[in-house]
Design a protein around this ligand. Structure first.
Ligand code: NCD
Length: 306
């Protein structure tokens, strides 16, 4: 059974296909309004979410399907001690596809090997978030025309940010991508990203603490929230949370066609004064995410039937 646990579970060609399907959904939504009629998605969210859960639900509803699920471990049998493996087996009796978010790294994988239906990882701890990556790749494609020859800056919590880890993994397969990794030293990108991915593939990257100094180089700026829930102590969080606040004056030397992204929710990382700047793409990113999730649900359900 085909699931999506890691963005690398999809080839670059498959991601291209999803992008083309998303384009077609935008152009001809009526063609897709009944393709999942009679099908159900179960959204099993053991961690808070607004966008990702509602995006999966909206995606399935727009495909003519329906939705079941829960939005908090306290409302599920996890509170009674049920394992993820058992929950996956149970939900396989009710639904056709699962989207799961869990605070523990690997939980959606455990679900996928126990379920008899496809499982989509909707975020596992500080690990991966492949459908956010689909939203991010599609945003870059829509704004830049292609995913190629770009300097991409990641700014904020590069240590715990699962969206960052997934997107770096994905972008490392495209040509001419260069990374600029901007963070406080304590929240730097994990060593393994450099030693296992960037260095062996010879992908150029620089690390810095100074956002303004690198601003003129960037084609894409991916801002992130400091991941409060993954800190061991409140003091460190309070000290680091406002390390980077993007304000209009910091864009003074930015490119005219910079693409400013953020997976959201934002706390203080981007001033609302930026929202009307044509370079601000974070709300478009939300919309694009829904179309990519529609494309993904269709693909996985089709393969499950074959
Ligand atoms: C992200 C996540 O959950 O990792 N949110 C999202 O799904 N769009 C980013 C975050 O919470 O900071």
């Amino acid at each position: 059974m085909r699931s999506l646990i890691d963005i690398l579970d999809l080839s670059v060609e498959e991601i291209d296909e999803l992008i083309h399907t998303a384009d077609d959904i935008i152009s001809h939504p009526e063609k897709y309004s009944e393709v999942c009629k009679g099908k159900k998605i179960a959204t099993l969210f053991y961690e808070p979410s607004t966008r990702t859960r509602l995006s999966f639900e909206a995606a399935m509803l727009e495909l003519g399907g329906s939705v079941i699920g829960f939005s908090g471990a306290q409302n599920s049998s996890a509170a009674k001690g049920e394992s993820v493996a058992d929950t996956a087996k149970v939900v396989s009796c009710y639904a056709d596809i699962i989207a799961m978010r869990h605070p523990k790294e690997g939980a959606p994988y455990v679900a996928s090997i126990n379920a008899s239906i496809p499982v989509i990882n909707a975020g596992d701890g500080g690990h991966n978030h492949p459908t956010q990556t689909l939203a991010d790749l599609y945003t870059i494609y829509r704004e830049k025309g292609e995913i190629k020859d770009l300097t991409v800056g990641f700014c904020g919590d590069l240590k715990f940010g699962r969206t960052v880890h997934s997107l770096i993994n994905a972008l490392a397969r495209y040509t001419g991508i260069r990374f600029v990794l901007i963070s406080p030293e304590e929240l730097a990108i994990p060593e393994y990203v450099k030693t296992d991915l960037l260095d062996p593939k010879g992908i150029p990257y620089t690390e810095t603490t100074d956002l303004e100094a690198v601003m003129p180089e960037l084609d894409v700026l991916y801002m992130t929230r400091v991941q409060k829930e993954r800190f061991f102590n409140e003091e460190d969080y309070l000290r680091l949370k406002d390390s980077y606040i993007l304000e209009p004056k910091k864009l003074k030397n930015a490119k005219e066609d910079l693409v400013i992204m953020h997976p959201l929710p934002r706390v203080n990382e981007i001033s609302v004064a930026i929202d009307d700047d044509p370079r601000a793409c974070y709300f478009k990113q939300v919309l694009y995410g829904k179309y990519m999730r529609m494309a993904l649900i269709m693909k996985l359900l089709k393969e499950a039937q074959a």
